[in-house]
Design a protein. Structure first.
Length: 399
């Protein structure tokens, strides 16, 4: 008897594709599961992924050996064992309560004017039209400036943090190549030292930034190193993913001038456009979860100890859930994409902030420019499990 194995999903092979979505479609058509790495199954269909992102039979907390295999010996494995993204309750609950107040929707709303001012400042050189790179001029600069103010970094820290945060974001992948580990460790050590120094500089002084508040936390509630590591995590997680949302969004809108025209006619549609841009080309394509209790998917029982890779990017393009998923439609509503991890306790902490920054950028572009078009070929950053750009050259004309 011939046994037909499910297809194999290789994140590295997909990473080199400018457009992986036709490949994702073929995986969905082949069945509900794909083979991943050792002891891994990859879930690609929306109907399966959506309920699993908040399923308490799965967990985000892996043992140190898992992180050591993926990231190598040294501080990276310990670091990723500390961060909120990779913790389950009760540790996750404590960390989210400590880190969350700055990132609630009301807190972000209070900072919207400041975000708008930063966008206007960054785009001032092209206010009267011209060429600019959406990555280097805008997407690479806005999120880290916003985060620096939230967290409590000094202005002189920003330019040094940005490249190291991007380097450290490489460790988000399910496997970090040997050739990239030394630079990633160096970035982590540098950022830990910076944040630690900022903790010490606060002393007992009160402030309205995150570091000032965390400085007052009782060590019995959360240890100082865990707090430092989670601030480092926020700096690179909030920077890299929002940067990629902005660059992916600018590239998509420039390539679809009709959609940009809709936003110029009605800037009130920008919030829907942000959701559609998140669905259309999600910055984070997958989430990994450890199976704690048996889970049945497509007639196959997944045993405890196995890893499920939930493919958000594939689910967001599932024809069974979204009409014309390959088309960008800034009026799409409802839009139940999974780009912030769907639901459950691990919903992205910075979702409200990322949405606010994207809304500010795309509202500015819609109101200030009569047209926005590519000024040359956009260049992808090919990284496993993420979608981002190295360069998005644009030409804009004022309204």
């Amino acid at each position: 008897m011939t046994v037909t194995l499910p297809p194999k999903y290789d994140a590295v092979e997909f990473a080199v594709l400018d457009d992986p979505y036709p490949g994702y479609r073929r995986l969905r058509e082949a069945g509900p599961l794909c083979r991943g790495g050792p002891a891994q199954w990859v879930v690609t269909r929306y109907a399966d992924v959506a309920p699993l992102v908040g399923d308490d039979r799965l967990g985000a907390e892996f043992d140190r050996e898992y992180h050591r295999i993926a990231l190598g010996d040294g501080p990276l494995a310990d670091f990723f064992g500390h961060v909120m993204l990779n913790r389950d309750p009760p540790a996750h609950t404590v960390l989210r309560r400590l880190l969350g107040p700055e990132f609630t929707t009301p807190a972000v709303r209070r900072r919207r004017r400041r975000i708008d001012a930063l966008v206007a400042d960054l785009l001032a050189p092209v206010a009267d039209g011209g060429r600019f790179d959406a990555v280097t001029v805008l997407a690479d600069r806005l999120p880290i400036r916003v985060l620096a103010e939230f967290v409590g970094l000094e202005a002189e820290d920003i330019d040094a943090v940005r490249p190291r945060a991007r380097t450290l974001s490489q460790a988000f992948a399910t496997y970090l190549a040997q050739s990239e580990r030394a630079a990633t460790v160096e970035a982590l050590v540098w950022m830990r030292e910076l944040v630690s120094a900022r903790f010490e500089a606060r002393g007992s002084a009160a402030g309205d930034d995150l570091i000032s508040r965390l400085r007052q936390v009782d060590p019995a509630v959360a240890g100082r190193q865990a707090l430092i590591d989670n601030v480092v995590f926020l700096l690179f997680a909030g920077f890299a993913t929002t940067t990629d949302l902005l660059s992916n969004g600018c590239a998509a809108l420039a390539a679809h001038p009709g959609q940009m025209a809709i936003l110029r006619d009605d800037p009130g549609l920008v919030p829907r456009a942000v959701e559609e841009l998140l669905r259309f080309d999600a910055p984070v394509q997958v989430k990994s979860r450890l199976v704690h209790r048996p889970v049945e998917i497509g007639g196959r029982m997944i045993r405890p100890g196995r890893v499920l890779v939930l493919h958000l990017g594939s689910a967001n393009h599932d024809e069974a859930r979204f009409e014309r998923p390959g088309e960008l439609d800034v009026t799409r509503h409802p839009n139940p994409h999974l780009s912030f991890g769907g639901g459950g306790i691990h919903l992205c902490l910075g979702a409200a902030l990322a949405r606010a920054e994207a809304a500010s950028v795309f509202t500015f572009l819609a109101r200030r420019f009569a047209s926005m078009e590519p000024a040359g070929p956009a260049v992808r950053r090919h990284t496993p499990n993420f979608r981002s750009y190295l360069s998005v050259p644009l030409l804009v004309h004022p309204s």
